[in-house]
Design a protein around this ligand. Sequence first.
Ligand code: NAI
Ligand code: 15L
Length: 271
Amino acid sequence: PAPRTVLLTGAAGGLGTLMRGLLPAYGHELRLLDMVAIESAEGEPAAIKADLSDKEALREAVRGVDAIIHLAGISLESTFDKILKANIEGTYNLYEAAREEGVRRIVFASSNHAVGFTPRPRGDDPLIPIDTPRRPDTFYGLSKSFGEDLAQFYWDKHGMETVSVRIGSCFMEPTSLRMLSVWMSPGDGARLFHAALTAPDVGHTVVYGSSANTRLWWDLSSARALGYDPQDDSEQYAEKLIAEQGELSDDNPDHAHLGGHFCTNPPIWPY
Ligand code: NAI
Ligand code: 15L
């Protein structure tokens, strides 16, 4: 397919930086946005420095793009006021800008923390389905739950398509036992975002975002239906992590739910 111009919000962040490196190989031309300055690599167009509260800047940023990958926002628990501004109002502002400028497709970085209080499967329990009731584990998770509803609303009301990706943990390597189940390798992240950008007729589709992990907790079939074909498995890291940290324990409250320690940390994290 022809290259698609894609606005990548949150391009300065961890995931944004990984995707800036990987998505151009799929033929996507990226336009970068973040509230912090980004030094463009050679050959990259100048990044847009704008906050999600700046509606004018957002309209300009989305003008003429085929699609948006929306990563910008607070990516961990914070105060409700900060989450409200960046993740709830910020995501609304972006959708409104997209509607006004006629952008038809958004890939929304939702999170496993929208369903974080779902008990993790044990033994022969079935994988967690994509339509499991939402059970946010933080104000942060609540904002992702809002984002999924916002996406559904903009599809039903305005015909704007979204793939909401409930990302597990997308980092270079898994660093905890829980990540053996929820890890998404950067390469699989790019595969999934590419599928979400290019699959036809997605309406509002919700998918889990992870690699084909041996210890997977959730059902990837809605992601596979978009054409996503994960190539990685965290199992190669299992021996080392289990040697360091032991097996998942039924007695450890941090191991009880999909959201892990997000469920058990103090209500407001100390940063
Ligand atoms: P990050 O915290 O490294 O990056 C977020 C970026 O958004 C930062 O560069 C920050 O400057 C920018 N940002 C924050 N507020 C903004 C605002 N008001 N206006 C403009 N830019 C703003 O987070 P990371 O890990 O890169 O995650 C990216 C997205 O994916 C986030 O929405 C996060 O919630 C979501 N996600 C990430 C997961 C992961 O494993 N990395 C897992 C689940 C969800
Ligand atoms: C998230 O939603 C966070 O943005 C990311 O930093 C990780 O903590 C991830 O979830 C996770 O659940 O491991």
